[in-house]
Write a protein that binds this ligand. Structure first.
Ligand SMILES: Cc1cc2nc3c(=O)[nH]c(=O)nc-3n(C[C@H](O)[C@H](O)[C@H](O)COP(=O)(O)O)c2cc1C
Length: 309
């Protein structure tokens, strides 16, 4: 069972990925947040996020989001130039600005574009691909109109988040929809959605024995030891987890304070680190983190946490 760290814009950037790999580990692969074309060019800061890419022994796979064949080609070329030979295709983003332009989950209903992308893929001899997708934008049957094209694509796997774009990140997971799409696919399948505990992984593995892997996003941010606990077959106590979180935070902190200028900018990158960890550190400490207006104030809060260690 492959253990995959999901991409989350604003959270799983290079600093987080590196620190997670070193302090906790357990993920076979990290995916970058989607790399996009903006004003006719591949966004510079997306490419910079690829350069500081050390994830220990885990693999890093860049993800791209595209509107058409030209964007697809431009992004693939940029990512291959940056030294990567595996690319994940975003067919799941639910954000209206992307979906309305036919990107992310919006591409699921665009057969003609997917056919062109398939042709383009055949020219990419130096690169392999995977897909991360939803069931559709507003209808959980939308995938039926394009699954044949997916099956013709040379993909290592397809990760399915069994919701529609309209559901965003809330609401029931459509397990029947997942099963229907998984059994129509000729590729290995990864499950993504609401994996929070090692037992959730066990439940998926026993319900879907053919599963190639599981991918966790918010669950891994909230419980960075999730994959390690599952593979070790142990449940970490608070002390062990806290010590890992403190180590991980120290690396994220060093990364941002050495690269960025201005306390406000640094704090704006540090606060998201704690967002999904708020239940673990407690809402009072999390509120203090959010209220900090200087690095000195912020460190006072972190010191309280470290003392518990
Ligand atoms: C803030 C945020 C940003 C996200 N950014 C991306 C992204 O860049 N690419 C992508 O494929 N999915 C993105 N996702 C979706 C996650 O990768 C994942 O599919 C989703 O959160 C469901 O999995 P989870 O329940 O394990 O978090 C994002 C989700 C959130 C909440």
């Amino acid at each position: 069972m492959k253990l995959l760290s999901a991409p989350l814009q604003g959270y799983t950037e290079a600093a987080w990925r590196h620190a997670h790999a070193v302090a906790f580990g357990g993920a076979d692969c990290y995916y970058t947040p989607f790399i996009r074309v903006e004003r006719g060019e591949v966004r510079g800061r997306d490419l910079r996020d690829l350069q500081s890419a050390c994830c220990g022994t885990s693999k890093l796979v860049p993800q791209i989001i595209f509107h058409d064949r030209d964007e697809f080609k431009m992004l693939v070329e940029a990512v291959v130039r940056a030294g990567y030979d595996e690319i994940d295709l975003n067919m799941g983003c639910p954000f209206p600005p992307q979906v309305h332009k036919g990107r992310g989950s919006g591409i699921i209903s665009r057969r003609e574009v997917l056919e062109e992308v398939l042709e383009e893929m055949k020219n990419c001899n130096n690169c392999s691909f995977s897909v991360k997708m939803r069931l559709g934008v507003s209808d959980s049957d939308e995938w039926r109109g394009m699954v044949d094209i997916l099956n013709d694509m040379p993909l290592s796997h397809v990760a399915i988040h069994p919701r529609t774009g309209r559901q965003q990140y809330k609401g029931e997971l459509d397990m029947d929809g997942f099963e229907a799409l998984a059994s129509a696919l000729a590729h290995p399948v990864v499950f993504n959605g609401e994996i929070h505990t090692p037992r959730d992984i066990d439940a998926l593995a026993s319900r879907f024995p053919q599963l190639y892997g599981v991918m966790a996003g918010r669950g891994l941010l909230a419980r960075p030891s999730l994959f390690k606990e599952w593979s070790e077959g142990t449940v970490w106590n608070r002390q062990r987890m806290l010590s890992g979180v403190i180590d991980m935070h120290a690396m994220v902190f060093d990364n941002y304070t050495s690269r960025l200028c201005g306390e406000t900018q640094i704090l704006s990158k540090l606060v998201p680190f704690w967002e999904y960890l708020a239940p673990f550190i407690g809402s009072k400490l999390y509120k203090s983190v959010k209220k900090a207006r200087s690095i000195a104030d912020y460190q006072k809060v972190i010191n309280i946490l470290s003392e518990e260690c």
